[in-house]
Design a protein. Structure first.
Length: 436
C-alpha cells in the first residue's frame, strides 16, 4: 500500500486514492461522493500525483484540476504517462515510453511544468540511464521537451520553487544504503533566454563532479539551494549555491537564465535532516537520535551558509520552524508593492536614518550629562579638600615641594661638566738591529 493513501487536489475539492494496477478513485468534497459514481480504470497504473496548484492552460477557460499518472510496459504495449483533467476526466496529453525500468513524477510548484524522470535500461538490461520528459503545462497543446543528455542514473531531482530551473544528482554506482557515500555529480539546468511569453528550451548550466551529495533543498522562495550529503557517517557536506549571483557571468552562460555561484561550504557531522525556514532566510540542519546516537543536535545557517548557531543536544530528535501564515494581500497588491519597492525603500531608509540619528543624539546627550555631573563632583571634592588642608595647616598644593625638588635634580643634570682625558700619541717608530 502506498502512502499517503489519499492525495488531495490543489484546491481541496477532490481527494483521490490509487488502486494499484487497476484504477484511480476520485471523490468530491465535502460529501465524499465518487466522481461520476465510478473509478477511473487505468490498466497497470503504478502511481499518480495531483498538480500542486490550480493549472492555467492556454486556451482553457473552464475550471479544472489536473493529475498525472504512469503505467509500465505490459506485453507489447509501451509504458505510458498520462495527464488527466478533473472533473471532465478528459485525457489532456499522453506520452509513450519504451525500455522503462521506473518513472517518478515531479511537479513544479506553480504547475507550470511536470517532469517525468524516466529510468531506462539497455536491451541487455545491464546498464541504465535517465531521461527527463518535461511537460510544458501552460503552453498550447502541452508540448513535451526531452532532456536526454544525461549519461548516468539520476538519484535525485528537484524543481526551483516558483521558478523554472532544476537540479539533479547523478551517479554511476548502484543505488542503495552503503557505509561509504557513492561518488555523485550535481548538475543544474535552466531555460535559455527567450523573447516570447514562454521560457526557452532547457539547457545544461553546469556540472560539479566528484561529490558525495545525495539531497537537494531549495529555498521556498527560490534562487538559493543547499546541496547536502545526509544519512552518511563518512561525509556530511553542505554546499550553499546562488543561481542569480550578481557578479560577472561566464561568457559561455550569457544566454542562460541563471548565474551559478557557490557561496559557502559547511559541514555538520552526522546530519540527517535539512529544512529551510518559510521566509527563505535561514536553514536548519540536525542530527536526529531517531537515525543515530552520535553528536546529536542542530545547526542554524543563514541563506549564504554562514553558521549562526551550533547546539549539541543529547538525544535530540526533531526540529520544526514556526509556519508563516498566508499573506493577506491580493496578488495585485503584492505586484504593486514589488513595482514600487524602491519608493518604499527610500521612505524606510530615511526613517531608519532618522531613528538612528535620534538614538545617537540621545546617547551623546546622556554622556554629556554624565561628564558635567563628574566635573561638578570634582569641583566639590577639591573645595572640600582645600578647606581641610587649611584647617590642618598644610600647603594648598601637596605636590609643590615634590615638584620643586624634582625640578632642581633635573636642572643639576643639565649643568656642564668638564672631563679631563689624557691621550698618548706615537709620532715616530724605528727599529735598530744590535749585533754582539
Amino acid at each position: 500500500m502506498q502512502w499517503p493513501a489519499f492525495k488531495w487536489s490543489a484546491d481541496d475539492k477532490y481527494v483521490a486514492r490509487l488502486n494499484p494496477g487497476q484504477s484511480i478513485s476520485v471523490y468530491e468534497l465535502p460529501r465524499m461522493n465518487l466522481l461520476d459514481k465510478t473509478s477511473i480504470k487505468i490498466e497497470g497504473v503504478v502511481d499518480f500525483d495531483w498538480a500542486p496548484s490550480s493549472p492555467h492552460r492556454e486556451g482553457v477557460k473552464t475550471y479544472e484540476q489536473l493529475f498525472c499518472y504512469w503505467t509500465p510496459e505490459i506485453g507489447s504495449n509501451p509504458a505510458k504517462v498520462g495527464l488527466m483533467s478533473v472533473p471532465s476526466k478528459q485525457i489532456v496529453r499522453t506520452l509513450n515510453l519504451f525500455s522503462v525500468s521506473d518513472a517518478k513524477l515531479h511537479w513544479q510548484s506553480e504547475s507550470a511544468y511536470l517532469c517525468v524522470k524516466v529510468d531506462r535500461h539497455s536491451k541487455s538490461k545491464k546498464s541504465q540511464a535517465t531521461t527527463l520528459e518535461i511537460f510544458r503545462i501552460k503552453e498550447k497543446g502541452v508540448p513535451v521537451e526531452v532532456v536526454d543528455t544525461i549519461k548516468d542514473t539520476v538519484i535525485n531531482f528537484a524543481w526551483e520553487p516558483k521558478g523554472d530551473r532544476f537540479a539533479i544528482i547523478t551517479t554511476t554506482e548502484p543505488a542503495g544504503p552503503t557505509a561509504v557515500a557513492p561518488k555523485t555529480a550535481v548538475a543544474f539546468f535552466c531555460p535559455e533566454k527567450a523573447k516570447g511569453p514562454h521560457a526557452g528550451n532547457f539547457k545544461h548550466l553546469r556540472t560539479l563532479d566528484k561529490k558525495n551529495s545525495n539531497a537537494i533543498y531549495w529555498s521556498p522562495r527560490g534562487r538559493f539551494v543547499v546541496i547536502a550529503t545526509v544519512h552518511n557517517q563518512q561525509s556530511s557536506d553542505l554546499d550553499f549555491f546562488d543561481l542569480d549571483f550578481e557578479g560577472e557571468k561566464p561568457e559561455a552562460e550569457k544566454d542562460m537564465t541563471a548565474n551559478l555561484q557557490l557561496m559557502n561550504t559547511a559541514d555538520h557531522y552526522g546530519v540527517t535532516d535539512v529544512e529551510w525556514d518559510p521566509s527563505g532566510r535561514f536553514v536548519a540542519t540536525w542530527a536526529s537520535v531517531w537515525k543515530h546516537s552520535m553528536e546529536n543536535g542542530y545547526h542554524i545557517y543563514d541563506f549564504k551558509g554562514e553558521a549562526l548557531r551550533e547546539e549539541p543536544v543529547d538525544k535530540f530528535k526533531q526540529f520544526a520552524w514556526r509556519p508563516r501564515p498566508p499573506t493577506l494581500l491580493t496578488k495585485e497588491e503584492q505586484k504593486a508593492i514589488r513595482k514600487n519597492l524602491r519608493e518604499y525603500s527610500r521612505v524606510f531608509e530615511q526613517e531608519d536614518a532618522d531613528r538612528g540619528a535620534s538614538a545617537d543624539l540621545a546617547v551623546v546627550e546622556a554622556r554629556r550629562n554624565m561628564l558635567n555631573e563628574w566635573y561638578s563632583w570634582r569641583e566639590d571634592m577639591e573645595a572640600e579638600l582645600a578647606e581641610e588642608r587649611a584647617i590642618l595647616g598644610l600647603p594648598d598644593d601637596p605636590h609643590a615641594a615634590l615638584l620643586e625638588a624634582k625640578t632642581k635634580s633635573i636642572e643639576g643634570y643639565d649643568q656642564e661638566t668638564v672631563i679631563e682625558e689624557i691621550v698618548e700619541e706615537v709620532l715616530e717608530e724605528s727599529e735598530e738591529i744590535i749585533t754582539t
